[in-house]
Design a protein around this ligand. Structure first.
Ligand code: 13P
Length: 253
């Protein structure tokens, strides 16, 4: 059976209060057209409050782009999972490639963040993906296998049971380049099969999103792939029309 599709907008470090209110309201107003799928939007932390107010009572979920791996304390500039949950976040992106490569987040830090999100009642969206040189060297599977490693044994496996995975090839992020549907499906299938080795029930139910220059014109073909259960959308999530077209592409023809 087809898993329920999920489309998540990752606004990254874009927007203002006025922009956020307007975009969130437009998405909420259209969301009644998408009853058979799930939608979430992840604004920058400082905009979570105003966006959460717009989403209140709607089916569109609020998500955060990262979370601290610490519960609370003297960690200047960090945001605790409990604070995000209190603002109404249902999802937290962890291990986005920009966090891994620009801010030095290791696989173990990503696992700690995912566990924090889950302990606060939120669903972690665990991002994995290879760089261009990994793909050229033929090490895509090794790199992704290593990124998944902390989630393949206790206690990480318990996090995985309630998580979402996002496959985001780094070379396709913000570049306009997209993995072909077949390239994406191959990696999604590799991820699902790797999980099946340790827990078949998780592999059957976990949603694996594709991210990397998803646009209205390439979304339908990506969503036709059996192991692609939605997308994590960057640039196109900042344009209401494009984001809603992508959401609409998840509906069976
Ligand atoms: P783009 O859709 O802009 O390529 O970004 C993808 C991404 O990083 C989503 O998290």
């Amino acid at each position: 059976m087809r898993r329920r599709m999920l489309v998540v907008g990752n606004w990254k470090m874009h927007g203002s209060i006025a922009f956020a209110v307007d975009l969130a309201k437009t998405v909420v107003d259209a969301s009644c057209n998408f009853a058979s799928m799930d939608i979430a939007i992840c604004p920058p932390h400082v905009l979570l409050g105003v966006v959460g107010t717009q989403l209140g009572g709607s089916e569109v979920a609020l998500g955060a782009q990262t979370v601290s791996e610490f519960a609370e304390g003297a960690y200047t500039g960090e945001t605790a999972a409990s604070m995000l949950a209190e603002l109404g976040c249902k999802f937290v992106i962890v291990g986005h490639s920009e966090r891994r490569h620009l801010f030095g987040e290791t696989n173990d830090i990503v696992a700690a963040k995912a566990a924090m999100a889950l302990a606060a009642g939120m669903t972690p969206i665990i991002c994995v993906g290879e760089r261009l040189e990994d793909r050229k060297n033929g090490t895509t599977r090794t790199v992704i296998g290593e990124q998944l490693r902390p989630f393949m044994e206790p206690p990480g496996i318990d996090t995985l049971r309630q998580a979402v995975i996002a496959y985001e090839p780094v070379w396709a992020i913000g570049t306009g380049e997209t993995a072909t549907p077949k390239e994406a499906q191959d990696v999604h299938n590799f991820i699902r099969s790797s999980i099946a080795v340790v827990d078949k029930s998780i592999s059957d139910t976990i949603r694996i999103l594709y991210g990397g220059s998803v646009k209205p014109d390439n979304a339908p073909d990506l969503f036709r792939m059996t192991d692609i259960d939605g997308s994590l959308v960057g640039g196109a999530s900042l344009k209401a029309d494009d984001f809603l077209l992508i959401c609409g592409s998840t509906q069976p023809n």
